[in-house]
Ligand binder design. Sequence first.
Ligand code: FAD
Ligand code: ZN
Length: 483
Amino acid sequence: MNRFSPALVRPTRPLSPALVDRFAAVVGERYAVTDQADLAPFLVEDRGLYQGRSALLLRPGTTAEVAAICRIAHETETAIVPQGGNSGLVGGQTAHHGEVILSLRRLDRVREVDVTSNTMICEAGVVLAMAQAAAVEADRLFPLSLGAEGTCTIGGNLATNAGGTAAVRYGTARDLCLGLEVVMPDGSILNGLTKLKKDNTGYDLRDLFIGSEGTLGVITAAVLKLFPKPRSVETALIGLDSPRAALDLLTLMQATAGPSLTSFELIAAICFDFVVRHGPGLRLPMTSSHPWYVLAELSSTRDSETGTMEAVLANSIELGLIGDAVIASSDAQRRQLWTIREMISEVQKHEGGSIKHDISVPISAVPDFIEAANAEVARLIPAARPVIFGHLGDGNLHYNVSQPAARDPKLAKETFLARWYDVQHRVHEIVGEFGGSISAEHGVGVMKRDELNRVKDPTAMTLMRSLKNAIDPLNILNPGKVV
Ligand code: FAD
Ligand code: ZN
């Protein structure tokens, strides 16, 4: 089910055998895939929400090969879709119109780790977990952390400006990058692999490509920031009554722990009900149940810095902010808490259809947003079940709505998903009323392109289209995405 207006995209011409040969000559026969069975995994994404089609997948191994591919694409006006780990959630990496798929996964070298500058140069196809491991090997931390870290790539993370669970402390992918190497749609190479913190020599081109979702250039390598490795980590699961109580706890934790606050995730009880029901042998390590939970983590570079979590939680109980809490007493327990959190998206599938939103509002507005959105969803589909979780520390919620529990789940799923736009439209209107964003971290892709037109400042849209037109005048790079 493709949720966008195909009419806005020029149809892709079939590739001639001669053109396929030209592309294949760049990467070698082995890495120019035309067999549909081999192409299949690159055409679908995990949730089965989007199904692409393509006659050719190219798997270059160097920046020079990427540049040669773009030169041919430019000369022949052939549309290309860059793809990393294919874990994107908005259909940005899918070839919806028969475009050539350009997979960056073979660009998987860590070119350099510089512990004095605290930087690391990774090629675009380095899987995030591998980048994290390379940092650990050098006794450093690369702090970007998300559920898909075993499959998503550095190129994809930067192209989507991924957020994740440690953004409250370290920022989003944008904040973790100093420089980029990018192949432009005409095949020229922008060498911006700088380690400089300070460089005011004109427009910030790096930030233009970060978050551009493969529509302006192909990221081939990046200079990433490294941080001191935490020596002590404290993780707690906390039960409480309301998002407002969670917000008060956030304020208290920030005041007490300062920059040690690394994660602050808000989770509605229904999320854990789903995890316990469908997760593989998972259970909540807390005897009492609560309407809401917070998964919070403090970390410090000092070995002995523990006890802060306990002190904050004791204070919170005294103030009546929280009901109950467990602090992980081992790394295995910590991992278990994070597994439960990371299973939420996965287990939601077993409860039928889900209408998803990835929104942000000012942190102070989160409780009022939840109240307003829940009321509106209940008005539209009375028995629908809001399944709310997300990064409260960033004002970012995955405001998902699961279908009503029904006897015939399949039938209910279709009827329910037919209301996707009604629900999304109203939820996004409420986001707008609170001064929020309809895409906090997953991007626009095709899923939110039409919606973006509706909600974004018209001058901003005009500027974005002008930039796209100036950089990719033939519209060959990821056409039909974002703008
Ligand atoms: P892909 O899915 O392959 O591509 C995503 C977009 O980037 C596409 O538009 C593609 O064209 C473009 N692109 C990819 N590589 C390049 C490149 N080298 N140059 C130019 N453009 C490129 N996201 C978050 O932000 N926070 C989360 O907490 C989070 N959790 C997730 C949990 C799960 C279980 C899953 C499945 C996804 C989650 N995501 C999350 C979404 C996703 O993982 C991120 O968007 C990730 O950054 C995408 O990386 P990727 O390599 O898979 O990119
Ligand atoms: Zn998220």
